[in-house]
Design a protein around this ligand. Structure first.
Ligand SMILES: NC(=O)C1=CN([C@@H]2O[C@H](COP(=O)(O)OP(=O)(O)OC[C@H]3O[C@@H](n4cnc5c(N)ncnc54)[C@H](O)[C@@H]3O)[C@@H](O)[C@H]2O)C=CC1
Ligand SMILES: Nc1nc(O)c(N)c(N[C@@H]2O[C@H](COP(=O)(O)O)[C@@H](O)[C@H]2O)n1
Length: 220
């Protein structure tokens, strides 16, 4: 399995404003790059915080890219995965529509009612007591043939994936905006590291639109 985290942050490191509403940080060219990255992935993963804030579709937008996937014998869109300990994904969330396969990763604490509602629209993966055990959940996804994993966020999920050592690559688009706000989400939130910080090796820097795309691999 290869896990790439891809996100866009403002020049001051925020993924969104303190209102946690979806905010376009990428420009047109970067969104096209993100679309290509989705098209080259087996699954696109987000945390439930992102589903609740953005109601994303996580589908490939460019029809030519969808056609190429079909020609390769793949589904038109990669699978979508929500990491959602207690089953908070709303039943009418776009991610549960029938345009692509969807997996919802739950913990054992998710109530039975939510499970039953979600099971009508998604494959359920249960791992962890109160919180999704990411190592076990991702192992189950791999057993389903999902090898090329793209994680889009948000900051809570990205921190946890670094914490358990699941990230192989990090691509960050740094956009020409200052958002600010101590409560605005950043690229890696969670509890934060105080030692044993994950270390990265810079692979490339590229100007895109009015910002910069940084690509790192994660040191093992
Ligand atoms: N600019 C960008 O590229 C992106 C921005 N965003 C923004 O990020 C914000 C949402 O991010 P967050 O609030 O951080 O939510 P998140 O999307 O990271 O989801 C966090 C939630 O996932 C669940 N979860 C289950 N198991 C977990 C585990 N082991 N570790 C961590 N979380 C676990 C918990 O319910 C937790 O509250 C929104 O404002 C959204 O717009 C989201 C994705 C990309
Ligand atoms: N790469 C990137 N740049 C931004 O500026 C963004 N706001 C995001 N957000 C992510 O894209 C999801 C929306 O996907 P759909 O257009 O609905 O398919 C959103 O939920 C974030 O994960 N990404």
């Amino acid at each position: 399995m290869h896990v790439v985290v891809n996100a866009a942050m403002s020049a001051d490191g925020k993924l969104s404003s303190r209102r946690r509403e979806q905010l376009a940080i990428s420009g047109e060219e970067d969104f096209d790059r993100v679309d290509r990255l989705r098209a080259d992935s087996d699954a696109v993963v987000v945390g439930v915080g992102t589903v609740l804030a953005d109601d994303p579709s996580l589908t490939v937008k460019d029809e030519t890219l969808c056609e190429r996937r079909l020609e390769r014998g793949e589904s038109a869109h990669p699978a979508r995965v929500v990491v959602d300990s207690s089953g908070r994904t709303p039943e009418d969330a776009t991610i549960l529509d029938d345009r692509a396969a969807t997996y919802v990763c739950l913990s054992e604490a998710a109530p039975i009612d939510s499970r039953m509602d979600l099971a009508d629209h998604a494959e359920l993966v249960t791992a962890g007591e109160d919180r999704v055990d990411l190592l076990r959940a991702f192992a189950t996804l791999q057993e389903q043939g999902l090898e090329r994993i793209m994680v889009e966020g948000g900051g809570e999920l990205i921190f946890s994936l670094f914490d358990v050592g699941l990230v192989d690559e990090l691509t960050v688009y740094v956009g020409a905006k200052v958002i600010g706000g101590r409560d605005a989400p950043t690229l890696a939130d969670g509890d934060g590291f105080v030692d044993e910080f994950p270390l990265l090796s810079l692979e490339s820097v590229k100007r895109i639109d009015d910002g910069a795309l940084l690509r790192w691999t994660v040191d093992s």
